[in-house]
Design a protein around this ligand. Structure first.
Ligand SMILES: C[C@@]1(CC(=O)O)C2=NC(=C\c3[nH]c(c(CCC(=O)O)c3CC(=O)O)Cc3[nH]c(c(CC(=O)O)c3CCC(=O)O)/C=C3\N/C(=C\2)[C@@H](CCC(=O)O)[C@]3(C)CC(=O)O)/[C@H]1CCC(=O)O
Ligand SMILES: NC(=O)c1ccc[n+]([C@@H]2O[C@H](COP(=O)([O-])OP(=O)(O)OC[C@H]3O[C@@H](n4cnc5c(N)ncnc54)[C@H](O)[C@@H]3O)[C@@H](O)[C@H]2O)c1
Length: 215
């Protein structure tokens, strides 16, 4: 049996509490902000970058140690303090309330862990070793980063747009499916890499026209 179930969370406008204000907390805050979370930081001290984010109004910062009431209304909680007792208390409080909690680097105190992530626009590839070797996760991430370049971001922009158009204009599901397969199996990704706009349009039109004649 696995320890963790992989999912993607929608954090938009959700209160996410980060306890602690060091380097690790800063990293977590940044990744939460990237996903549109409303981030609250509670810590007696914070890094200059967190201080700046608070000053800009990008996060809410409360300068003191953790108390249980900080959890109120939280969807997700990250414990990133260097104080074992506080981390344990955060974990206990969250488990009691069935809240999502990650105590950094301490899987027994977590009900979710954070994977290593490669992002290229809408593409994200998450790597986890089920907690067995974060270093291996990082190594695989570096390898995949080289393999999946910015052409994938551009390709997904095109696909997102085409997907909406195709769903609304091609009624037959099997024809639609074949069109999506053809687009993904075409050489469009390589053509994006080469910057060959004309050929990209040609490939797309070819698939669209064939789909139209079949439906
Ligand atoms: C992916 C990444 C995301 C992130 O943290 O943002 C992440 N750890 C990263 C790096 C990293 N962490 C550590 C090192 C130092 C080398 C080492 O010690 O191994 C390095 C390497 C480095 O920094 O290069 C220390 C460490 N980490 C954990 C333990 C405890 C243990 O294993 O029991 C210890 C030992 C602490 C001690 O010494 O006591 C545990 C966890 N770390 C996880 C995630 C979760 C499992 C993910 C998975 O399934 O693989 C899990 C279970 C919980 C969690 O979510 O925190 C990030 C990748 C960076 C990237 O994205 O590039
Ligand atoms: N920095 C790393 O790369 C790294 C790697 C492996 C493990 N860790 C672990 O992750 C944790 C955090 O690391 P860090 O480098 O950010 O540490 P850090 O010492 O820079 O930051 C700890 C933060 O916790 C805050 N804090 C302490 N007690 C608190 C309390 N009661 N309530 C609220 N905030 C409190 C401190 O003010 C500080 O801002 C540590 O447990 C550390 O052992 C860090």
């Amino acid at each position: 049996m696995y320890n963790f179930y992989p999912i993607y969370l929608n954090l938009r406008n959700k209160k996410c509490l980060v306890v602690g204000g060091g380097k690790v907390a800063e990293r977590k805050v940044r990744s939460l902000l990237e996903c549109g979370a409303r981030v609250y930081v509670v810590s007696p001290e914070v890094t200059p970058a967190l201080e700046q984010l608070a000053w800009e109004g990008a996060i809410t910062f409360v300068r003191r140690t953790y108390t249980t009431t900080d959890l109120e209304g939280s969807f997700l909680v990250v414990g990133a303090t260097d104080d074992e007792k506080t981390n344990q208390r955060i974990a206990d409080d969250c488990f009691e309330r069935n809240m999502l909690v990650n105590i950094v680097d301490d899987p027994p105190k977590c009900n979710f862990i954070v994977p290593a992530v490669v992002r290229q626009g809408a593409l994200s590839i998450s790597i986890s070793t089920d907690g067995n070797s974060p270093v291996l996760a990082r190594k695989i991430k570096e390898k995949l980063k080289r393999e999946y370049g910015p052409e994938y971001a551009k390709f997904l922009e095109i696909m997102g747009d085409l997907r909406r158009k195709i769903i609304s204009s091609v009624p037959d599901e099997s024809v639609r499916r074949q069109m999506f397969e053809d687009l993904v199996n075409s050489d469009i990704i390589n053509l994006i890499k080469e910057g060959n706009e004309e050929k990209i349009k040609e490939r797309i039109n070819h698939v669209l026209n064939r789909g139209r004649t079949q439906s």
